[in-house]
Ligand binder design. Sequence first.
Ligand SMILES: [Zn+2]
Length: 74
Amino acid sequence: MLDEDQPEDEAYREPNDEASYVCQSCGEEIVIPIDELAGTDQEYVEDCPVCCRPHVLRVRLDHRFGPSVDARAE
Ligand SMILES: [Zn+2]
């Protein structure tokens, strides 16, 4: 009797709910959680956790490439 050898690709998906940007002020790479329910094109202000400078983050969700973030110093 053969073992059933089904790939579990469907069940084993990497969580795709965080992204990172480089702080324009201190140069640190900041990892942020992505709220996929907030839409595929998001823009909001967040303070850098390292140097506390505010940044305008533009988050884009792409089903193929995952989330991407552009950061601008405010
Ligand atoms: Zn910073």
